[in-house]
Design a protein around this ligand. Structure first.
Ligand code: AKG
Ligand code: FE2
Length: 355
């Protein structure tokens, strides 16, 4: 259960001026089946073009025809709900499931179970979550202690392998659309020490007495589950249950809500991909607002490069005589910088070239 202490509600309530976001009417949709081996060359070219257009306009799109079994999605959703229904103490014990022992002892790992606190810079949300590191083979690390957690981890392993495969298909389409080698992006995510992760989020229904209290104090009854941010990695691939909540910011800063679709995946372009494409693909600003009636469960695979990987706009994206919008940096450097800032900050501005 997420329980708020005094004063915390003010921090996660949206200012009254922020009205409910209208739904995004035309979420770009990519049918991976039509783009895959079974489809035609024309179908693939059209899908690649549509992916590039969506990445340029929104940095966001929906994937259908993804090939991940619906039974697996349903099992993960049910197991996540079971996990979050456990007593608080047992969920906290799941730390052992997610953290390397040395990091756990030092209290320095971002991995594990957390409630309300997102990162270590004071960001709060009406959410509890499990954040797991993922190996190149696809498995969340390391081995948990109890039998039921072990089964949950094994299921998440299976899910990660399937979603990672699909993520690579999407990354190949992106590379093709930009006229690059097919594996330009996938090789970053598939490297032995790729810094990929899996996050399982649970947003319980917004607490009615608190909402009422907030409305009495001039609020608009809207509570933040996960505050606005861009994802730092290359790509994020999200699947949620049928509860709404996800919102994205359009180019002009307007917030729109994304109608939920539990049969599909949603893809976010991350900061690292914005850099690699020299800003052509847009890292999408997004957030989750809490539904007051139904709980939302989402699972997100984040595909990231290896810590020592040097990132900079790819030469093809800069072009002859063109200028690079970002300086060169390592993924380790970027993460260290991003983790020092609040969620909502523009983390990429520290890496922009000044010219
Ligand atoms: O839970 C969601 O639907 C999205 C959460 C999110 O943006 C994140 O975990 O980075
Ligand atoms: Fe995110």
């Amino acid at each position: 259960m997420v329980v708020l202490a005094q004063g915390e509600l003010e921090q996660i309530a949206l200012p009254a001026v922020q009205k409910a976001a209208p739904p995004l009417a035309d979420v770009p949709e990519i049918d991976l089946a039509a783009a895959g081996a079974g489809g035609s060359a024309a179908g693939r070219a059209a899908a690649a073009k549509a992916v590039a257009a969506a990445c340029e306009e929104h940095g966001f799109f929906k994937v259908t025809g993804h090939g991940v079994a619906s039974g697996l999605l349903a099992r993960v959703e049910a197991a996540a709900a079971d996990f979050f229904a456990l007593p608080q103490r047992e969920k906290e014990a799941a730390m052992a499931m997610a953290m390397a022992p040395a990091a756990a002892a030092a209290g320095s790992s971002p991995f594990g179970y957390a409630s309300k606190r997102i990162g270590s810079n004071g960001d709060l949300g009406w959410v509890e979550y499990l954040l797991l590191g993922v190996t190149a083979a696809g498995a969340p690390l390391p081995v948990p202690s109890s039998a039921s957690l072990c089964a949950f981890r094994e299921l998440l392993d299976e899910y990660t392998v399937a979603v990672r495969r699909m993520t690579c298909e999407v990354l190949e389409l992106m590379a093709e659309a930009l006229g690059m080698e097919k594996d330009e992006f996938t090789r970053l995510v598939l490297e032995e020490d790729s810094d990929s992760m899996l996050r399982v989020n649970h947003y319980p229904p917004a607490p009615r007495p608190e909402l009422k209290q907030q409305l009495q104090h001039g609020g608009n009854g809207r509570v933040t589950g996960f505050g606005e941010h861009t994802d730092p990695q290359i790509i994020s691939v999200l699947r949620s249950n049928a509860t709404s909540g996800l919102e994205i910011a359009l180019r002009d800063g307007t917030w729109v809500s994304v109608p939920p679709d539990h049969t599909s995946f949603f893809v976010n372009v991350g900061d690292a991909l914005q850099v690699l494409t020299n800003g052509r693909f847009r890292s999408v600003r997004h957030r989750v607002m809490v539904n007051s009636v139904r709980s939302r469960v989402s699972v997100i695979f984040f595909g990231g490069p290896a810590p020592g990987k040097t990132l900079a706009p790819l030469p093809r994206m800069v072009g002859e005589g063109g200028s690079s919008r970002y300086r060169e940096f390592t993924w380790r450097e970027y993460k260290a910088s991003a983790y020092r800032t609040k969620l909502a900050e523009n983390r990429l501005c520290h890496f922009e070239t000044t010219s």
